[in-house]
Design a protein. Structure first.
Length: 70
């Protein structure tokens, strides 16, 4: 992602993100530019419904050889 630009995923799904995190302000939810707030919102919603899962908020390294890493 180009530094300083709004994350397109966040921009395209802003209303859904805000609806899930309501009444929190966007600044309290996370970094609108660098984070995938849609993924965070979906994970938050599923957790609130009692659905277990995992969510990796940070991108760490490349994912070229996933099978070997697993």
């Amino acid at each position: 992602m180009t530094k300083g630009y709004v994350n397109a995923v966040n921009k395209n799904h802003l209303y859904l993100i805000e609806e899930i995190f309501y009444p929190q302000k966007l600044e309290e939810i996370g970094n609108y530019t660098n984070e995938n707030l849609l993924a965070k919102a979906i994970w938050y919603y599923l957790q609130s419904e009692g659905i277990k899962g995992f969510y990796y908020p940070l991108h760490e390294g490349n994912n070229d050889v996933v099978r070997e890493k697993l």
